[in-house]
Write a protein that binds this ligand. Sequence first.
Ligand code: NIG
Ligand code: FE
Length: 412
Amino acid sequence: MTTLLINIKELLQVRDASISKVSGAEMAVLPTIKNAYLLLENDLISDFGTMDNLPEYKADKVIDAVGKIVLPSWCDSHTHIVYAGNREQEFVDRINGLSYEEIANRGGGILNSAKRLNESSEEEIYNQSKARLEEVMRLGTGAVEIKSGYGLTFEGELKMLRVIKQLANNYPITIKATFLGAHAFPLEYKENRKVYIDLLINEILPEIAKNKLADYIDAFCETGYFSVAETEQIMEAGKKYGLIPKIHVNQFNSIGGVQAGIKYNALSVDHLEVMRPEDIEALKNTDTMPVALPSCSYFLSIPYTPAREMIAAGLPLALATDFNPGSTPSGNMNFVVATACIKMKMTPEEAINAATINGAYAMGISNTHGSITKGKKANFIITKPIPSYYQLPYSFGSNLIDSVFIDGEIFI
Ligand code: NIG
Ligand code: FE
């Protein structure tokens, strides 16, 4: 099956296969082709170029994209899409003056979601999660990472990871799974943290590895959650089973999580709202992708990741949603891109690079996703007719998506 898109106003993020991420000043460059064509063969991109050079193709299907912009699907490298229920009461409590930390200290927060998850059947969780997955696919996400971390029990964590696997089997979108048993200490282990860590390492991890339920391992390295030493212990254990670290660091405090991530060769370190100069310094010349989550900063009214300082230091940066019931009940990458421009002062080019090729890198899939490249997955967004790609962040809150292709087929 071949599909040919013609008269594309502008084809964005056209890259050579050798590019796996962009860093520093390169982030300001977004290679594009104006008045372009794009040819798909089954689920892959097979050719593209300017309309002037369009060869005589006999495509099975031709789509006229006049006035429309085509760009690679968003690569959302950090989500918690699988969860049960919601935390809208905590949202109202925060409006009325309680902080995220105060709510967590009262047994709310992550533990509240864990209670709901453990009370829900696997089928219920699957049905709630698939609705969220379909929503983000309609919003242009073509690859997504999903974490466990609302089980916090042997059965709950495995249940979450099985749901992630079921979603990956049933939907065309690429899904990577991350084990986040180290998300919070359940109340019964508060005074006996070692016992919980032993459960994660000696019981849950081997079962995950046996059933191949996760690609990555995560921990919430933060004051009141997992210390640097505990995080390192968990990364070390994950490594034995081939799980690569992707960790929550520097959300509220800078306690050395970035350095722990680098020490364990983390694929990404995520959040980074609170960055000391030494944290930025430590990331230089490493393979670890820093990931910013601006919707979380927006929703919790906490600082934004200092993108300008990080890019000026030559670092790459990826953008992701953090879709979860507590700190970011939104999986809209279009909003993330707009917020990165508006609040973090990233340029549209930088934000699009961060949400596509660098997001793909942060999921270990930049050889197949994140750019318009021959041989990569035919995963892309066709916009409505718009004057330029600046509209994507400029018209924040508007839905500018006409259609979404995943694996060479129209999803909407
Ligand atoms: O990435 N920071 C830790 N975990 C999530 C929030 C979890 C929750 O509040 O349910 C996050 O923001
Ligand atoms: Fe998160």
